[in-house]
Design a protein around this ligand. Structure first.
Ligand code: ADP
Ligand code: MG
Length: 569
């Protein structure tokens, strides 16, 4: 027949899918719409997992954390202008956090956009994205899709990981080309994140500084967790005998119950240490920029830093021994250089930290046993601490103010990359996106511990959780508002600016979509409800009633929230 003699064709839609699959990307997080509806549909038809969200920011957050968990870029797919902008927030956040992610957005035609003639959802998306991500590319011809996707993957994963924007104008998708030529145009990225070995002199310098320490400390950051060099990091701590403090998302890289964990003596460890080895942790606001009273007397500290990004060195204070390279290679080089006759740190230092730690833990235990109704944060978190202890392979997602700060301290983690939270920006709204991707990527049960305010930013995704029937248990710490549920309008007209509807029942949102909703008022009830959810694997939302008086404004970071001195006039 004549049809048989015609050359076989492919098109832009199929080439995008081919290019992703060729590079081992099997999941797309997104929101369908013009012009990418058929892309999602075809991707699903061709066996990819396509997870459709209710809002692009949540899909983008899902892609970002998928990148963190797997070291492969998570892909978020959106429509043009507004959908793109919604996804861009997540892309910027991924870049800030060093998570590999690719935002793919459909866009309108260059001819119209460039003459600003007012297309449907017109926007110069490439220009808008550029300053907010690590790299941005546009593909105009179907034969360049392979190269475009390859560049995006390499840019996202190599060196310091980050977010990449890939702009695909509508017309690209329906462009056809010869199928064999199309297949040839695809690129399988070889070694997307090449090992970067540190210089020998850098390693020697670092060890020389470390040897002089009387009160050494290791700070593990989420870069160390991301690197998946878990055995090497553990060996570094254990062979050096140096106590360590984990940053929030590095908790569990070694179990928080490890004898060398100084997490529960954090303030003392930071203040009194003399040499600090940073492993995949930046000296940003989360570490008080490496100075001030958190770090003790000025000039009392020497910093060694392992990071893949050379420009990170000296960004806040002097780094006396920069070790630039990937964490696996750098840590291994330090271990090799330490050798057999490595001197353990002085016992006095270890004893100081141990005593401090034991005192703090004992003080905390008291609070965690509070069994009041309504609950305070500690009572409720005491119950959740036990849950994670009993189910160490569950993934904990955590956002809020007090709900975040207190959970970070209370809930021990036992395995790497199990704690996912608000990260470098301290951003609210990551909750449901992170929870969904964690469940999709790992198949493990997810416990999302959410402040009522934080939950509101992504709460509509409970429908998504029910639709995909994911093993996600959400606990909303409901204290009637942002920070606390007690503000009032001084004029008496409206509710206070930080309060929500009193005694809301978030559990009923979950029931609306066929999931399980539970309302609890005591730690015992909370524990029982979470256990049931985790055993059943069913989508569950537990409304945990927290005393509106409990907690403090801005949680731990009230000092960053300016207060008017004039307001009492
Ligand atoms: P935390 O918030 O936990 O302190 P940060 O996000 O501030 O962690 O720091 C993570 C650091 O880890 C970043 O500076 C990043 O460049 C670095 N990093 C990420 N991946 C790697 C890797 N594979 N090897 C070395 N450094 C890495
Ligand atoms: Mg609240």
């Amino acid at each position: 027949s004549p049809a048989a003699s015609e050359p076989e064709l492919t098109d832009g839609f199929n080439l995008v899918i081919d290019a992703l699959k060729l590079n081992g990307i099997e999941t797309i997080y997104g929101v369908p719409g013009i012009p990418i509806t058929d892309l999602g549909r075809l991707a699903q038809g061709r066996g990819m997992r396509v997870v459709s969200f209710r809002h692009e920011q949540n899909a983008g957050n899902a892609a970002a954390i998928a990148g963190y968990l797997t070291k492969k870029p998570g892909v978020c797919l959106t429509v043009s202008a507004p959908g793109f902008l919604n996804g861009l927030t997540a892309l910027a956040n991924a870049t800030t956090n060093c998570f590999p992610m690719i935002l793919i957005s459909g866009s309108s035609e260059r001819e119209i956009v460039d003459l600003q003639q007012g297309d449907y959802e017109e926007m110069d998306q490439l220009a808008v994205a550029k300053p907010l991500c690590k790299a941005a590319f546009r593909v105009l011809h179907a034969c360049d899709i392979g190269i475009g996707v390859a560049r995006a993957i390499r840019a996202a994963c190599s060196g310091r990981p980050g977010g990449v924007y890939l702009d695909l104008p509508a017309k690209l998708f329906s462009q056809v080309m010869d199928a064999a030529a199309g297949e040839k145009s695809l690129v399988k990225v070889i070694d997307p994140a090449p090992a970067q070995r540190p210089g020998e002199d850098a390693v020697r310098r670092a060890l020389d500084v470390l040897k002089t320490a009387e009160r050494p400390l290791i700070v593990l950051g989420k870069g160390a967790a991301y690197a998946q060099a878990d055995e090497a990091v553990r060996a570094l701590v254990e062979q050096s005998g140096i106590p360590y403090v984990p940053m929030s998302m590095a908790k569990g890289l070694l179990p928080d119950t490890h004898p060398l964990s100084a997490g529960a003596a954090r303030s003392t460890a930071l203040k009194d240490s003399d040499v600090v080895l940073l492993v995949g942790a930046r000296l940003n606001w989360l570490l008080s920029h490496g100075k001030g009273k958190t770090w003790g007397a000025p000039g009392s500290k020497k910093f060694i830093q392992i990071d893949i990004e050379p420009k990170e060195m000296d960004s806040n204070v002097e780094i006396v021994a920069p070790v630039v390279g990937d964490i696996g290679s750098c840590v291994q080089a330090l271990l090799d250089g330490m050798g057999k006759d490595w001197q353990q740190p002085p016992a006095a230092w270890l004893d100081t930290l141990k005593a401090k730690k034991e005192a703090n833990v004992a003080k905390m235990e008291q609070k965690l046993r509070r069994n009041a109704a309504p609950m305070d944060f500690h009572g409720a978190l005491g119950a959740l601490k036990t849950v994670i202890k009993e189910r160490p392979d569950a993934i904990l997602v955590n956002e809020g103010a007090n709900t975040l700060d207190l959970a970070r301290g209370v809930i021990d983690m036992y395995q790497p990359r199990k704690r996912l939270d608000v990260g470098t920006w301290g951003v609210m709204g990551i909750g449901m996106g992170f929870a969904i991707a964690a469940a999709v990527e790992t198949g493990k049960p997810v416990l999302a511990v959410e402040g009522d305010s934080a939950f509101g930013f992504s709460g509509m995704e409970v429908e998504t959780i029910c639709r995909y029937d994911l093993p996600v248990c959400i606990v909303v710490f409901n204290n009637n508002g942002i920070y606390r549920g007690t503000d009032t309008d001084p004029t008496g007209r409206d509710p206070g600016t930080t309060v929500f509807v009193k005694d809301s029942r978030y559990d009923r949102m979950m029931e609306a979509f066929g999931g399980v909703g539970v309302n609890v008022t005591t730690p015992d009830e909370l524990k029982r409800a979470v256990d049931e959810a985790m055993d059943s694997g069913r989508p569950t939302l537990i409304n945990a009633v927290i005393d509106p008086q409990a907690g403090s404004e801005s949680g731990n970071i009230g000092s960053l929230n300016p207060q008017s001195q004039l307001k009492k006039k």
